[in-house]
Write a protein that binds this ligand. Structure first.
Ligand SMILES: [Zn+2]
Length: 501
């Protein structure tokens, strides 16, 4: 009997098998999970999925909406044998995911938490000259209209955000040539590691509703070693990628790859899509990305195959807008990244308060700057805006209204021509956060502030705590979290605010 792992409260992951064999059946099952207060995180068409649900609901899933099995522990060997190859692979990956030995092994890893820039291993980003060539390729692929926004810091709506349903084309570029051939065991390991890495990314922000839909392919090509020479090393990826695309029925070109990625995006009704190519063929680096795809090998340089998941999560972070944060990448705290052009303030070289992050180290953590770059600070916004908070007036962050009849969260009190206080009202509380990057202050950070009902001194003298650039965290009287930045100081305060649901 497969072991059932009990959990009280919270949400628990569960592997669901459904009877249906098409996208409609999958959608029906997803709706049923959501109705029970859960969410589906991974979908392995045609009939497997991983959901996160309240433990008490697990028993209710089986027999509902075409769901034939709901396993909180490992899926039985006999069940795996009877499943389709795609779903059997997903079940095996799941069994590894819930395996306690794997967790213990992962925790004992001596390279857990190491900087990507550590000297004993190569970083998961190619050297500068290769990077430059990859960024040029991206520019060529981008249509003219989607050239970088001209106003620095303005959102670039052509860049993806890590939210909603994302189609993942996991392409194993296999070969008839022995040295490049991929074994079933190797493929299974990479599927397991891929799901693990993407699960990690999805777990950082449930409100982003991330749902990975997998399309696993294994084109077998027959390019020989002699076709990869020093002279054509800039085209190594083109050689095997184009051959793989042709084998998959697409044009053997970057356009063909784009068409494949679009096809899975449409087939799964996804918001975004990207491809992960895994191969033993030669490539410019062991892990890199450009445009809408990632290239990985099996050895992951010195990091080892057991760290594939975090390297992949790092690369996927890049695809969705994150900048590198480790010193050896030559990051800067002022460069802007992602759709919302959020500064890279956790770059370990210059960060005032560096925190562990996947974009800096081999660690299962994500900093606020990366969150902002992925678009997550735009999630579940109750209201936002920029206004002039007039002297003696109040402001309600739940509605974004100045001087409301009731429900104001703070009062910009003017005691006399010098003494001024920002006073929390009707149960609201404040924290002066100093001058962090406003766009990068996440909902998580706002939730964990030490709020008090103490007024903040904004007097027109040396004790003023409300100079331009100051960020105030607010817990509103309705229990929401908000952030306010002082844009200009005076009798009237120029403010920008965002309130989260
Ligand atoms: Zn990187």
């Amino acid at each position: 009997m497969p072991k059932q792992i009990q959990q009280i409260g919270g949400t628990q992951e569960v592997f669901l098998t459904i009877a249906g064999k098409n996208i409609k059946a999958i959608e029906t099952a997803i709706k049923a999970v959501e109705k029970l207060g859960g969410r589906v995180i991974h979908v392995f068409p045609p009939s497997g999925m991983v959901a996160s649900v309240p433990p008490a609901s697990i028993a209710k899933l089986k027999g509902t909406a075409g769901i034939t099995a709901a396993d909180a522990g490992a899926v039985g060997t006999q069940t795996i044998k009877k499943a389709s190859p795609e779903v059997a692979e997903a079940m095996s990956a799941w069994n590894e995911h819930v395996c306690e030995e794997r967790k213990a092994r992962a925790l004992a890893s001596p390279i857990l938490g190491q900087s990507w820039g550590v000297s004993s291993q190569q970083p998961p980003d190619p050297p500068a000259e290769v990077q430059q060539r990859l960024r040029q390729l991206e520019q060529q692929l981008l249509p003219k209209s989607s050239a970088r926004a001209s106003a620095l810091g303005a959102p670039d709506m052509n860049l993806p955000v890590l939210m909603g349903r994302i189609a993942v084309g996991l392409v194993f570029v296999d070969s008839t040539v022995a040295q490049y051939a991929i074994t079933d065991v190797e493929k299974q390991k990479v599927v397991t590691e891929t799901v693990e890495g993407l699960n990690l990314l999805a777990s950082f922000e449930p409100r982003a509703g991330i749902q990975w839909f997998y399309d696993v392919k294994r084109p077998k090509i027959s390019l020989a070693a002699s076709q990869f020479t020093a002279a054509n090393q800039n085209s190594w990826e083109d050689l095997w990628r184009n051959a793989a695309m042709t084998s998959m029925g697409y044009a053997g070109s970057a356009t063909g790859m784009g068409n494949y990625i679009n096809a899975i995006k449409q087939a799964f009704s996804a918001q975004w899509a990207y491809a992960i190519f895994v191969t033993k063929y030669k490539a410019a680096w062991f892990a890199y990305y450009w445009g809408n795809h990632v290239v990985m090998d099996f050895s992951v340089d010195g990091w080892g195959i057991n760290e594939f998941h975090r390297v992949l999560a790092h690369e996927t972070g890049h695809v969705f807008g994150c900048g590198d944060e480790y010193t050896a990448s030559n990051c800067t705290c002022t460069s802007l990244h992602g759709r919302y052009q959020v500064a890279n303030g956790n770059c370990e070289k210059c960060a005032t308060n560096f925190v562990p992050c996947l974009m800096a180290h081999n660690t299962s953590a994500l900093c606020d700057y990366s969150r902002g770059q992925l678009g997550w600070n735009e999630l579940a916004v109750q209201c936002r805006g920029a206004t002039t908070l007039k002297g003696t007036w109040t402001f309600d962050f739940d509605t974004g209204v100045q001087g409301p009849a009731s429900g104001a969260d703070l009062w910009w009190q003017q005691v006399d021509s010098v003494k001024r206080f920002l006073v929390p009202q009707s149960g609201a509380m404040l924290v002066n956060m100093g001058k962090p990057n406003f766009d990068a202050v996440s909902y998580q950070t706002l939730k964990s502030q030490p709020y008090t009902a103490t007024p903040i001194n904004g007097s027109n003298n040396s004790s003023n705590q409300l100079k331009a650039g100051t960020v105030i965290a607010i817990k509103t009287n309705a229990g929401r979290y908000a952030k306010l930045r002082v844009d200009s100081y005076g009798y009237n305060l120029g403010i920008t605010w965002v309130t989260y649901k």
